[in-house]
Design a protein around this ligand. Structure first.
Ligand SMILES: [Fe+2]
Length: 301
């Protein structure tokens, strides 16, 4: 499930090699981190101050609003967080377009976050917990079948970030889709009806009149099925305890990795201090669309 790229392998990768690996459900790891990071001083300040000043689950840069959430507006490190996260977002986007010219060509860049809290024993509510294995759903409003791409960097200078997975969407859907009740909600199109389209245009309209984050509230039939699967995984202790197909991965300090998180089930078992970039990749830019959850669900319908 893991593909590791050192500098040499990255330099000689074929144009669609890395994008295809993601579509096949691989976690693509880079060591060393292939993009320039903020200065050691800036990262040290964020690691020290963010755990104390955090107001939400993460500190996130939102491109639509061009601002950082999760911190008090008067926080003395608000400007630094803005600078580091917005710069990181631009660098990751540039890197993705270079190494995955097909898959990332129309990427919609989403939030860029710093996760400053130790993941192990965080005691979040189950649906918000990163410690439980799940696939992502509607992480960025309605995806309508587009793919959720996440790019992580472990910016903890001493401690690994540890992940777990129980496999990819095609196999998990085959094994657990019926028990999760997904078939009840499948329709051959999985596309929005008239009311759904009206809702989307209303939310987009609100974005234009000063509520830039309104589209995050949007949903679609596809996104609701994915949400149901996400919730089933997190709410089912028997699923969490299954050992068959369970794998763990260690990401050492200053390694980076990326994955289609709608495709690969994942949990952050432990680790503190990571940069997390989220982008939406167009389903029409996938070279292996038959492996995409949208088309697997549609075929099942
Ligand atoms: Fe996730």
């Amino acid at each position: 499930m893991l593909e590791v790229y050192d500098s040499e392998r990255l330099a000689t990768a074929a144009p669609d090699e890395i994008g295809d690996a993601l579509e096949r459900g691989r976690i693509v790891k880079f060591f060393p981190c292939p993009i320039e990071l903020a200065s050691a001083d800036a990262l040290h300040t964020l690691r020290t101050e963010l755990p104390r000043q955090l107001k939400l689950k993460n500190v996130s840069y939102h491109p639509e609003a061009d601002k950082v959430t999760g911190l008090d507006a008067h926080s003395p490190i608000a400007d630094l967080a803005y600078e580091v996260l917005s710069t990181h977002r631009d660098r990751v986007t540039e890197f993705l377009k270079k190494v995955m010219p097909t898959l990332a060509r129309n990427i919609k860049v989403g939030t860029c976050s710093f996760r400053p809290i130790e993941e192990k024993g965080r005691n979040l509510k189950p649906h918000a917990s990163n410690e439980l294995v799940h696939v992502d759903a509607g992480a960025y409003g309605a995806t309508n079948g587009d793919r959720i791409l996440r790019f992580f960097v472990n910016v903890n200078p001493e401690v690994d970030r540890v992940w777990a997975s129980k496999g990819d969407f095609p196999e998990l859907f085959e094994k657990f889709g019926r028990e999760a009740g997904l078939y009840e909600d499948l329709s051959p199109t999985l596309e929005r009806g008239v009311l759904g389209k009206l809702r989307t245009s209303l939310l987009n309209g609100l974005a234009g009149v000063g509520l830039p984050l309104a589209p995050m509230l949007d949903s679609s039939p596809y996104d609701r099925v994915m949400r149901k699967f996400h919730n089933y995984m997190k709410d089912t202790p028997e699923f969490q305890q299954i050992t068959e197909g369970h794998q763990t991965f260690r990401f050492e300090p200053f390694s980076a990795w990326m994955v289609l998180t709608d495709m690969v089930s994942h949990a952050s078992v432990s680790g503190q201090h990571a940069l997390v970039y989220t982008g939406l990749v167009k389903l029409k830019d996938c070279r292996l669309p038959e492996l995409a959850p949208f088309n697997i669900l549609r075929a099942a319908a």
